[in-house]
Design a protein around this ligand. Structure first.
Ligand SMILES: *Cc1c(COP(=O)(O)O)cnc(C)c1O
Length: 392
């Protein structure tokens, strides 16, 4: 009941609000994606790449010292140990196999911080497919290491030089490219956003996370169901993957953590459910941070991966129906949670994942509660930010 309906909606959210000229591309995907991803040969190749290339299953680590500190049985789902350092590659592997089976030769993507660009360039190298990544000119300047990674992996990085020169403008460029190249090009979206069927497709590829969690919890605690699953939300793909196989188990509390930036009321945040209203963003109906006349507001978060003015339609529905609890963490709270994890467990998390960790101090647990935090990525990419904090 929480997954997509046959019309591409989650409650009132989702759908495909796209220009006429994209209609046939999206329709082609919609008509074929389920058939292809359910084929035996697809499943076999997806599973073996996740195992041998990505390094799955990722561990479910019982975090002893963190558990002691917060008075609950806390487990970390170690997506930070995936090849490329985060969960994003689960999705790009799935979509590249789909693109290949659709006979596409050219892959386009947009990226903000560069993480999705790197995950896309990675799988294009793997499959010897041409890769074009659109990225705002401003983002190219501030994300130099990821730009270098994409180039080393063989991708072409094209600057978006219009508007604010950030993610929104890169998205416009990618869509324009797709309209001009409908036959040979596949548009690879990086989160549970975009027109139907993208949110459903990406959630299915990421759902391997909760499928593994259930098996691992059974083995470690004797019960497949925890009391809590906690994940950070930018567009919402790691949270969708972590929640997916628990959606129908109403006893499991699903907690989504958004970026509060400098504070919800500061005008510098990315807490979409707290500040947004229903609107259309990136081809689907959801909550959007926008002005009264529908202009999208520039979001802010210390973590580039959560710096997004919307939220996927599945999460919009989980929020509106209260199936998931939505919390938020500020830049400072997340930095502090990252340093705490490093000291207590010897794990340096991505700043995005640190938002999920920051929720631990805001929830009143029972000693017996089993809590899974989805550690979506590792902190190597955030060392500049962490070093500034160490010095100050
Ligand atoms: C991109 C990213 C996120 C945010 O994206 P979602 O689609 O919300 O998961 C979270 N964590 C890490 C490590 C990321 O790279």
């Amino acid at each position: 009941m929480w997954t997509v309906d046959e019309n591409g909606y989650y409650g009132q959210f989702g759908g495909a609000y796209i220009p006429e000229m994209l209609y046939s591309n999206v329709e082609n995907l919609r008509n074929n994606y389920l058939k292809i991803i359910n084929e035996e040969s697809f499943k076999n190749e997806f599973d073996s790449l996740l195992k041998d290339y990505v390094g799955r299953p990722t561990p479910l680590y019982p975090a002893g010292r963190l558990s002691e500190k917060y008075g609950a049985q806390i487990f970390l789902k170690r997506e930070d140990l995936c090849h490329t350092g985060a969960h994003k590659v689960n999705n790009t592997i799935g979509q590249i196999l789909l693109a290949e089976r659709l006979g596409k030769k050219r892959i386009i993507a947009e990226t903000g911080a560069g993480q999705h660009g790197v995950a896309t360039a990675t799988v294009c190298a793997l499959k010897n497919l041409e890769c074009i990544v659109y990225m705002g000119e401003k983002d190219i300047a501030r994300q130099a290491p990821n730009v270098a990674r994409m180039k080393m992996l063989g991708a072409k990085v094209i600057p978006a030089i219009s508007g604010s020169k950030t993610l929104k403008d890169a998205t416009n460029e990618a869509i324009r490219d797709w309209i001009n190249n409908p036959e040979d090009t596949y548009y690879l979206i990086g989160s549970v956003v975009g027109p139907h069927p993208y949110p459903d497709m990406v959630a299915r590829f990421q759902s391997v996370i909760s499928s593994e969690m259930r098996n691992q919890l059974k083995e470690k605690t004797g019960n497949e169901l925890p009391q809590y699953v906690i994940a950070c939300v930018g567009g919402g793909s790691n949270a969708a993957g972590a929640f997916y196989h628990f959606l129908e188990d109403e006893s499991v509390k699903l907690i989504a953590v958004e970026a509060a930036g400098l504070g919800i009321d500061s005008g510098m945040s990315a807490a979409t459910t707290q500040l947004g209203s229903v609107g259309i963003l990136h081809g689907s109906k959801s909550y959007v941070m926008q002005t009264d006349d529908g202009q999208v507001v520039e979001p802010h978060s210390i973590s580039a991966g959560l710096d997004y003015p919307g939220i996927g339609p599945m999460h919009a529905n989980l929020f509106a129906s209260k199936r998931a609890g939505f919390m938020n963490a500020t830049d400072e709270e997340s930095l502090s949670a990252a340093f705490e994890l490093a000291k207590l467990e010897g794990i340096i998390p991505a700043l995005e994942s640190a938002h999920a960790l920051a929720a631990l101090r805001k929830i009143k647990f029972e000693e017996s509660d089993v809590v899974v935090v989805n550690l979506s990525g590792r902190g190597d990419k955030d060392m500049d930010t962490y070093m500034k904090k160490l010095i100050s």
